[in-house]
Write a protein that binds this ligand. Sequence first.
Ligand code: TNX
Length: 537
Amino acid sequence: MIRTVIIRITFFFTLGLIAISCQEEQKKRIPMPSTDLSKASLIPKPLKMVPTNSAFALDQFTAIYTPKSATGFEEVAHFLADKLKAKTALDIPVNGQNSNTIERIIYINQSDSLELDGAEAYQLYINQDSIILNANTAEGAFRGIQTLRQLVPHESNDTLAAQKIWPVPSGKIIDNPNFSYRGSMLDVARHFFSVEDVKKYIDLLSYYKINILHLHLSDDQGWRIEIKSWPRLTEIGGSTEVGGESGGYYTQEDYKEIVRYAAERYMTIIPEIDMPGHTNAASVSYPFLNGNGKTPKLYEGMRVGFSTFDTRKDTVYAFIDDVVREISEMTPGPYFHMGGDESHVTKKNDYIYFVNKVEKIVQKYGKRMIGWDEIANADIDSTSISQWWASEENARKAVEKNMKVILSPAKKAYLDMQYDSLSKLGLHWAAYIPVDTAYQWTPEEYGIPMENILGVEAPLWSETISNIDELEYLAFPRIIGYSELSWSTSENRDWDNYKIRLAEQAPFLDRMNVKYYPSPLIDWKQSRFSYKTIEKD
Ligand code: TNX
């Protein structure tokens, strides 16, 4: 394999460059400490790793190259160069012309090798003088550069050479995700989070290879996405949030910017408009939508299950058609989430009628419908997807209908559950979820046949959090564990091994200014970056 790659490289470089590098090889090779790839703190853990106990010296004489014709690869290379610059301050050229000063290369290669089974698969070959990253697609290359970023040490080593170097442990990595759907959800309805906050979250999630961000865009307490044909939704429905704070919403331009930023990180945005329950904010804006028989008023509390759309009015479906159309037009991903949870004041027949109608609208706009587990009670298509949060019975019904299921069981995967009874943020209606409980369960053996599992998603509901620091406190470090639960195979997951790798994430999280919960279960690595937490006592 390495030989084929090397042959490819010789095609890519001029003979002159090869000749120069051969002559100078002896002189430029830096003695490397023995570095053991198998001890690298990679999360999620790759499928296979073969250490060769040497190292690649990342330094100012390193350059990145990509094949010119491969779509998206050059952008991936620039992304890597930017992130390496932020970490090391090195200015690493991408496809540069001036090869005289280059001694070591990172080659991000498009390869059609059959060994690379799947769009997100990649192989990394790290030698003393080259790093070769093979992927079928730019998406696979993007996942691969996250691994590479994690392999670059946080501190440089300047005892080995005149210049600063960052020794990257050598060896071979072969990787491919266990589940293609590795999700996170953010509730921007109970509390609104700015575009900037969402981007920071996306950037952190993508470092751990999470590829889905589901945005819960509407609820009783707020409507957060501009709909041009129904402007009062945001003018009125967007003005409130839990606890009387000021609300907010995304303009369509804002939403498109989130979608673009996520796409740059090979992450799909899934928009959710929750209905027929959780619709108070919509009904306050347009009272004809309301079906609970009371005059709707703006709501800033935390109760659930009191609102419903009127499911028997054509105008309600005309409204939904506009909403689904406008949002779908801005959403390149294949999914539209219709909520469907906790519609406690919608009669059962009305609920089923409603879900069936909305499914058709979603399909009309070319999307696959997702709904919370209750939707499996409707007469639903096998192409629609059920998100299991509460009811095993509903999850079974989905499997009987041969639907795919997203695993988000609240007692294991809810990021808004408190870590323990002392946690200041979060709820505990489903469970307390300390960092080990969040990690120590097996999605593959949770009662759903493997062929029905689409993937795992960790929802972050925002009743108790109102700013990015609080968001990060509940999400981190648990979301890092969910990334491993959905990417790595069960044979590669082990709490005792994981908790050591998790401890090593502290320098990254600190450098990114992430206010994670410093769980006492983890022996956090101290870092030279500032170490602050929002919980002082
Ligand atoms: C249940 S999960 C809900 C949400 C709440 C959450 C709080 C789900 C589909 N519904 O409306 O925010 O619990 O943990």
